[in-house]
Design a protein around this ligand. Structure first.
Ligand code: FES
Length: 103
């Protein structure tokens, strides 16, 4: 199982586990507030915006050009911003922590 912890905008910590799919899928499955997943994960809505914890930035990697374009249209963007539908669950990201940007 791959562990991902979401810190919501109001400070709640939600610990989740999953085997496959995306971090957005895991959030929706666990009703994490602030993660909409409106476009179904095709990188065209930005309702899955998160800030990746500093310790995890390197292993999560950079956003693709398409994802960066989408982030440009989004509020509260930082260097830690990712659209979590574009982060695939894998052993490499086990223990990932992300902060949900939207309320
Ligand atoms: S779910 Fe739409 S951009 Fe991630």
């Amino acid at each position: 199982m791959i562990n991902v912890t979401f810190l919501t905008a109001d400070g709640e910590k939600i610990k989740t586990q999953g085997l496959a799919g995306s971090v957005m899928g895991l959030a929706v499955e666990h009703d994490v507030p602030g993660i909409g997943g409106d476009c179904g994960g095709v990188c065209s809505c930005a309702t899955c915006h998160v800030h990746v914890a500093k310790k995890d930035l390197a292993r999560v990697g950079e956003a693709s050009e398409i994802e960066k374009d989408m982030l440009e249209l989004t509020d509260d963007v930082s260097e830690a911003s990712r659209l979590c539908c574009q982060i695939t669950l894998s052993e490499d990201i086990d223990g990932l922590e992300v902060k949900v940007v939207r309320e």
